[in-house]
Design a binder for this molecule. Structure first.
Ligand SMILES: NC(=O)c1ccc[n+]([C@@H]2O[C@H](COP(=O)([O-])OP(=O)(O)OC[C@H]3O[C@@H](n4cnc5c(N)ncnc54)[C@H](O)[C@@H]3O)[C@@H](O)[C@H]2O)c1
Length: 425
């Protein structure tokens, strides 16, 4: 049985480690710098919420003793034939890439790596980084030669939180290798580990750019939907009806408009492309459009209820997306900024966060006692809990802005409140 180390036991790394540990082919070490995560995994407990099937897989692997977590990456790597890297690359406020976490993970890998090991990167990366940044670091620290003494692969992770385990078995796995042997080893590993369709591409850079291109496509498509929604709103046309009708034609796949785009991926990875010489053009413009939707939404509210100074607005959802506990680049942060500029009191509700976690953003965590103080509500992340929300408790609320175009317009209007969507009024 081969040993695999998965470096980074986060929302994606833990599901991967748990699947590999249950496939019958591998003993898995999960390496993470967070001791709490390591301790939980070593008790058979998943620290990732709302991921169907994950709790069971972690518990099963623990029982079978096929998954062991550690904070010592180099030691785990020294015992492994395959190393999977799924530690995030972030961007700074100015869009510049922050390699801090992954650089230090790769240094640890390089200290432990032995002859013949395959290192496969899954973190979304700018094209060229697997070969030129990380492969070279491993060579420099370990003294081993890429493609001869150790093997290198890149295989993007394209899954969606809340359905990772399903996506891992149903999406084709795009796999690339530094050379023929690297590709063979990576293909064999993913076939055994994931039991899914494998889509080989010819270079590491093609595989890296595949994921970035997917994200750029989605960001640009959403920006287009937002632009169409703003136009529809001006003409009093319901954009959702238009998109549904337009997408009945097989070549039309207009995405959904909304109050903004958030999370680790779509607002981040276009910068891997923009910052590498593509400063102007559609991608940059799309980023601007999507990031301006929060301001647009606040202006829509202002047009109806007037100055927002000293008004109290409740934002539903701190998370960037429904049912995922992830505040990174959430549109809520842009909404808070736009409202604070207007001296509005901002309350935020999110059933996935505790009040302390919410107040860190300089807002008031919502509690039921505040319901009668709310002047307007913005739905930002459509958590399951909000499907059953009783808006009648907001006695003094005159307007609901549905930032995801999912609420029941008629029910809200029957309560005597104004309903606004993004491209619906
Ligand atoms: N979350 C998603 O929906 C998603 C979807 C597709 C792809 N991805 C890719 O997966 C990557 C990881 O995302 P995630 O959501 O799992 O991140 P995450 O923040 O949930 O987890 C990252 C983990 O890495 C650990 N870590 C940080 N530095 C480390 C180091 N030096 N050594 C070992 N562990 C370290 C952290 O402690 C954390 O547990 C993203 O950067 C992205 O490229 C994410």
């Amino acid at each position: 049985m081969k040993n695999v180390t998965v470096v980074g036991l986060g929302k994606i790394g833990l599901p991967l480690a748990a699947i590999f540990a249950n496939c019958g082919h591998f003993h898995v070490y999960g390496a993470d710098i967070n001791k709490l995560v390591v301790d939980q995994v070593n008790q058979g407990i998943s620290h990732v919420n709302n991921e169907p099937g994950l709790d069971e897989l972690v518990a099963k692997a623990h029982q079978k003793k096929s998954l062991e977590a550690t904070i010592n990456t180099a030691e785990a790597v020294s015992k492994s034939d395959i190393v999977v890297v799924i530690v995030p690359v972030l961007t700074r406020e100015n869009g510049q890439i922050n390699y801090q976490y992954i650089d230090s993970a790769v240094e640890e890998i390089a200290k432990g790596i032995k002859m013949g090991t395959l290192v496969t990167f899954e973190t979304t990366l700018p094209a060229g980084d697997t070969r030129n940044r990380f492969g070279k670091t491993i060579e420099k620290i370990s003294g081993l030669t890429m493609g001869k003494d150790f093997f290198l692969s890149y295989s993007p992770e394209r899954v969606y939180s809340n359905r990772i385990i399903k996506d891992l078995s149903s999406y084709p796995k795009v796999v690339s290798g530094y050379n023929k042997r690297s590709l063979e080893l990576a293909t064999d590993f993913y076939k055994k580990g994931l039991n899914c369709e494998i889509l080989q591409v010819s270079t590491l850079e093609s595989a890296e750019f595949t994921k970035v291109a997917e994200c750029v496509y989605r960001d640009v498509n959403i920006a287009l939907a937002n632009e169409l929604a703003i136009y529809a709103n001006n003409l009093d046309i319901n954009i959702m009806e238009v998109i549904k009708a337009a997408n009945s034609e097989p070549y039309s796949n207009i995405h959904l408009p909304g109050v903004g785009v958030g999370g680790h991926c779509i607002p981040v990875y276009p910068y891997f492309f923009i910052n590498n010489g593509m400063h102007e053009g559609l991608t940059t413009l799309s980023r601007k459009i999507n990031d301006s939707m929060a301001e647009y939404a606040v202006e829509l509210i202002e047009e109806i209820i007037g100055s927002l100074k000293d008004k109290t607005i409740l934002i539903l959802g701190l998370s960037f997306r429904g049912n995922v506990k992830e505040p990174t680049k959430s549109s809520t942060l842009l909404l808070i900024e736009a409202l604070k500029e207007r001296e509005t009191t901002v309350c935020v509700d999110d059933p996935l966060f505790n009040p302390d976690e919410i107040s860190k953003y300089g807002v008031i965590p919502f509690s039921n006692q505040l319901a009668d103080q709310i002047d307007a509500i913005i739905l930002q992340a459509y958590h399951d809990e909000y499907q059953k929300i009783d808006f009648s408790v907001f006695e003094n609320c005159s307007l609901i802005l549905d930032g995801r175009n999912v609420l029941n317009q008629r029910e809200i209007e029957n309560l005597g409140m104004k309903y606004l969507g993004i491209g619906i009024k």
